[in-house]
Design a binder for this molecule. Structure first.
Ligand SMILES: C[S@@+](CC[C@H](N)C(=O)[O-])C[C@H]1O[C@@H](n2cnc3c(N)ncnc32)[C@H](O)[C@@H]1O
Length: 284
């Protein structure tokens, strides 16, 4: 079977109206959500624990909402003020930083349990100016070295992106490896033009074999031509035997969130008490 064309990234929007349009487009919402669920799966975080996650190129917080739903605490960075403005208006839970990731991060070493990035890092392949230190390899090097430092050992970063050639994949993976990361590329649905997705799955530490390279998802017969595959698979996986998603929003999670709100200076955060996070009996 011939290899399908590499996909072009969806158009990127920076204006105020475009940022809102991007966020309210239900198809975009669905695609970003599906890829975030898959990135979380590839992160392989300990089950039923809340993690501190960096969302790289968080945009208006579509991926961040999934992190919330899954009980994680997150920090988002993005270069577009208009996208962050929409995230702020939508009252997302994550702390937001306006930042060009090509300049590198300034986080304290070992700050994050994990990092995700959905549909972002292909933009680092465009030179910002003709200045030599703004070339894609320079920007990628700053990005990966500072990301490596910001992650704790062991941990993972999963970055979905839209390469337009194998050379781009090669450039990105080689710079990530030079920065210290293990891991590599995972391709889901490699033979489907529509559903094919490329994930850079990076490991920090785990030299003792604790980090195993995940496998890409394979095409499933008739369904191979659309996002239906992602969706159906996610529904199958995310439900417990009772048919409900398991919640990890326990007492620890609630206390962490309340602490975060207090740090941000939010008023009216309820006091912690022995009743915090208690299970209520169903009311009939
Ligand atoms: C397709 S959007 C994805 C947004 C978000 N991850 C989501 O799931 O909806 C790509 C985002 O990457 C951001 N971006 C592009 N280049 C960037 C850079 N150099 N530094 C930080 N963010 C960047 C854009 O501003 C935009 O918000």
């Amino acid at each position: 079977m011939s290899r399908p064309e590499l996909q072009a990234p969806p158009e990127i929007y920076y204006g105020d109206t475009e940022a809102k349009k991007y966020t309210n487009n239900s198809r975009i919402q669905q695609i970003q959500a599906d890829m975030t669920y898959r990135a979380l799966e590839l992160l392989n975080l300990p089950p039923d624990e809340s993690a501190f996650v960096l969302d790289i190129g968080c945009g208006s917080g579509l991926s961040g909402e999934i992190l919330d739903e899954q009980g994680h605490v997150w920090v988002g960075v993005d270069v577009a003020p208009s996208m962050l403005e929409v995230a702020f208006e939508r009252e997302v839970e994550g702390d937001l930083f306006l930042q060009d990731i090509g300049q590198g991060f300034g986080f304290r070493p070992g700050s994050f349990d994990a990092a995700i990035s959905i549909s972002v890092i292909q933009w680092l392949l465009n030179a910002e100016t003709s200045h030599p230190t703004s070339s894609p390899p320079h920007r990628l090097t700053r990005f990966f070295t500072t990301l490596f430092a910001a992650l704790r050992n062991p941990s993972r970063a999963v970055l979905q992106f839209y390469p337009t050639s194998d050379d781009q994949i090669q450039l990105i993976t080689s710079i990530a490896q030079k920065a210290g990361f293990g891991g590599g590329i995972v391709v889901d649905y490699p033979n489907s033009n529509k559903a094919r997705k490329v994930f850079l799955c990076l490991f920090v530490g785990g030299g003792g074999g604790s980090q195993q390279m995940p496998k890409g998802l394979e095409d499933e017969g008739q369904e191979s031509e659309g996002r239906a595959m992602f969706e159906k698979r996610r529904e199958r996986q995310s439900k417990s035997k009772s048919g409900k998603r398991k919640s990890i929003k326990d007492k620890d999670w609630i206390l962490k969130k309340k602490q975060l709100y207090r740090q941000r200076g939010k008023n009216n955060v309820p006091h912690d008490s022995k009743y915090t996070g208690r299970k209520r009996k169903p009311v009939f």
